[in-house]
Design a protein around this ligand. Structure first.
Ligand code: S3P
Length: 436
């Protein structure tokens, strides 16, 4: 049974302070999976604290991988890799709310010589899995589903190489197929139509896998040879940029804000948010840039300013897919507003994020235009607090906690506990840096 909790957000005057983010969710998932199929131990520091990444660890344990959370406050996970061959799970693999777990792990279980059942919660059970079922089936896995949705029943085996042009720009699908490519006799080639986050490629290389990557049109082509062995890593996971987005946008709401964010992920396939916020008028400086196992990390100094507007479309919509909800939630407070197009993928995330944003903004008194693939939100609006719903979606809960800081009166968000999917300490941390 799920316990619903409400968050009450009161208007703020300023954002000020320093926030150290838990490890990036996308990287944590991939490291946990690859550490499980690597040879030898791995040590993952600053592993994501989110429930989604715990779901991945839970599934890896069900597949016979031993791991341990180390004592101390640094979220260290030590994993005993088993090599490529996992053990048949005794029950279903529970992916919880995590699309990343189900989609990426399906690539690994497709290479195993047993049958796995993958299940998820109500939200995950509505999400499209055809995008992995089709190419994995072409590789030779036998997969049944509920009309392209979870639960999935996957019988793996010896896979064959494919040359696959992904119809949807999805980093999860790209990683899934590259992971499946490890079990193939031959070379798998995956091409994406637009550039998406490259943590799968970067992580595979960190575990010693050789792959070839080149630009292909607006996207990337990646080739991987099967049969390569992975070796364990010791690494520190950079702070989650998509979680930091909420605080950066909060800082953008108040010209006097000052925020420091140390050790944040700066991977160029994720950092488009910083360009957009700078173009809008936020002052951001980056220091202490370094590379950790192929991932760029840096420290941010942020100063609020008056925010202009922005148009997000084309490749930017894919690059900003997780940050669009919070950008849209602060759009009414910008000078020219925000237009989002080419983002229909938002309709099949943990909730229909286009509808969720439009519904909540309207409840706060905002004018919003909704399109099948986006939103148009005029700037220069004044909003009032309202009773809002998270739609059981972590990013909607957090986006509207930010919007509530600039509304008049109280904003009450039901289902606020969903923030724990990616960032359990979010509300507490937001409170710590909010001045009233
Ligand atoms: C993710 C990719 C994105 C993103 C999700 C995490 C990943 O999804 O929305 O939160 O870790 O690869 P798609 O690229 O599949 O749309």
């Amino acid at each position: 049974m799920k316990t619903e909790s409400q968050a009450v957000v009161r208007p703020a005057r300023n954002i000020r302070g320093s926030v150290r983010l838990p490890g990036d969710k996308s990287i944590s998932h991939r490291y946990a999976m690859l550490a499980g199929i690597a040879e030898g131990p791995s040590r993952l520091e600053n592993y994501s604290t989110g429930a989604d990444c715990a779901s991945t660890l839970g599934c890896m344990r069900s597949l016979g991988v031993k791991w341990e959370r180390m004592p101390g406050g640094d979220n260290v996970i030590e994993v005993q890799g088993r090599g490529l061959w996992l053990t048949s799970p005794t029950g279903a693999l529970d992916c919880g709310n995590s699309g990343s777990t189900m989609r990426m792990l399906s690539g690994i279980v497709s290479g195993q010589s047993f049958t796995s059942e993958m299940i998820g919660d109500e939200s995950l059970s509505r999400r499209p899995m055809e995008r992995v079922i089709k190419p994995l089936s072409a590789m030779g896995a036998q997969i049944s589903s509920r009309e392209g949705r979870p639960p999935l029943q996957i019988t793996g085996g010896v896979l064959k190489a494919i040359n696959y042009k992904m119809p949807v720009a999805s980093a999860q699908v790209k990683s899934c197929l590259l992971f499946a490519g490890l079990f193939v006799d031959g070379e798998t080639r995956v091409e994406e139509p637009l550039r998406t986050r490259d943590h799968g490629e970067v992580a595979l290389r960190a575990f010693g896998v050789h792959l070839d990557r080149k630009n292909a049109g607006a996207g990337t082509e990646v080739r991987i040879r099967g049969g390569q062995r992975l070796r364990g890593v010791e690494t520190r996971i950079p702070g989650d940029l998509s979680s930091a987005a909420f605080f950066l946008c909060a800082a953008g709401l108040f010209p006097g804000s000052q925020l420091t964010v140390p050790s944040l992920l700066m991977n160029p396939t994720r950092a488009r948010l910083l360009d957009i916020l700078v173009q809008m008028g936020l002052r951001i400086s980056v220091t202490q840039l370094e590379e950790i196992n192929g991932e760029l990390v840096g420290s941010l100094q942020v100063e609020g300013g008056k925010l202009k507007g922005a148009t997000i479309s084309g490749g930017d919509s894919a690059a900003l897919i997780d940050e669009i909800p919070v950008l849209a939630a602060i759009a009414p407070f910008t000078e020219q507003g925000i237009v989002v197009r080419d983002a229909k993928e938002l309709r099949v995330k943990e909730s229909d994020r286009i509808a969720a944003v439009a519904t909540n903004l309207r409840k706060m008194g905002a004018q919003v235009e909704e399109f099948e693939d986006g939103l148009k939100i005029p700037g220069g609006q004044s909003l009032h607090g309202a009773e809002l719903d998270s739609f059981d979606d972590h990013r909607i809960a957090m986006a509207f906690a930010v919007a509530g800081l600039r509304a008049s009166g109280e904003t009450v968000i039901s289902g606020a506990e969903s923030a724990a999917i990616s960032y359990p300490a979010f509300f507490q941390t937001l409170e710590e840096i909010t001045e009233r």
